[in-house]
Design a protein around this ligand. Sequence first.
Ligand code: GTP
Ligand code: ATP
Length: 241
Amino acid sequence: MDDQTDVARLQGMLLEQFREEADAEQQLVQIRTLMADLRKLFLYYEFGIEEVSTKIEILRKEFEQIHDYSPIEHVRGRLKSHESVFRKALKCGCALTVDSIRGEITDIAGIRITCSFVSDVYWMAEMLSKQPDVTVLQTKDYIAEPKENGYRSLHLIVQIPVFLSTHTEYVPVELQIRTIAMDFWASIEHKLRYKYDSELPEHLAEQISDSARVAAELDQRMGLLRDEVRPSPNGGSDLRH
Ligand SMILES: Nc1nc2c(ncn2[C@@H]2O[C@H](COP(=O)(O)OP(=O)(O)OP(=O)(O)O)[C@@H](O)[C@H]2O)c(=O)[nH]1
Ligand SMILES: Nc1ncnc2c1ncn2[C@@H]1O[C@H](COP(=O)(O)OP(=O)(O)OP(=O)(O)O)[C@@H](O)[C@H]1O
C-alpha cells in the first residue's frame, strides 16, 4: 500500500467516524479534539518509558557494582509516531478513537534493551517482571521459538502505573530484549525489508535466514565463553581481568 492510499484511507476513516457531524466545521473540531486527546495520551506513555528506563538503569548500576560488568550494552526508548499509530490502526482495523487505540495498540511506548549474552536477556526480563508495580500482560519468546525468517528477541508487554496529580494511569510498555547479535541481525533485516517493501527476493531471504543461524551460533559460543568467566559466588567477577 502506498502513502497516498494510506492517507486517503485515513481521511475516509476519520470522516466515517464523524459522519454524524454534517457540518465540516464541526468535523474539524472533532478531529482537533481527537488529536489533543492523543497528545495527552502520548504524554502518559512518555512517562511510562521514563519510569521503566529508570528501573532498567537501577538494575544495571546495581549489577555493575556487584559483578563489575554491565549486563546491558545499550537501551533505547521510543514513542511511536502518530503516523505509525494511525498506520497500525488501519492495518488492524481499529477505530480511530483514543479508547480503541489505547486498548488495541500496545507498542506505543517501547524500550529496546541490548545485552551481551542470552542469559542476561532472561535475567533482565526476570528482574523487571518480578517488581511489584510491574504487571506482565504478554510474553513472546522469539529466542526459544524464532520467527520463520530467523528473527530472535524476547518481547514483553508490561503495564506500569504512572502516578499523576489527579489519578493513576496504567501504561503498557513494549520491551524488546535481545543480544548484540540479535540486534545486528534485526537492524539489517529491517533495512532490507524496508528497501524491498517487505518482498525480499528469494536469494536475499535465504541469506538473511542463514545469517540468523550464524548469529544464533555466535550467541551460543559467546555464552560458553561467558560461563568460563562467570561471576564468582562471593559477588566478584573474573570478567574484569
Ligand atoms: N527486524 C525485525 N523486527 C521484527 C520482526 N518481527 C517483529 N519485529 C519487531 O518486534 C515488534 C513486535 O513484533 P511482534 O511481537 O511479532 O508483534 P505483532 O503484534 O505480532 O507484530 P506487529 O504488528 O509488527 O507489532 C515489531 O513491531 C518489530 O519492531 C522481524 O521479523 N524483523
Ligand atoms: N519496543 C521498541 N523499543 C525501541 N524501539 C523500537 C521498538 N519497536 C520498534 N522500535 C523502533 O522504532 C522505530 C519506529 O518503529 P515503528 O513503531 O514505527 O514501527 P515498527 O514497530 O517497526 O512496526 P509496526 O508499526 O508494524 O509494529 C523503528 O526503528 C523500530 O525498530
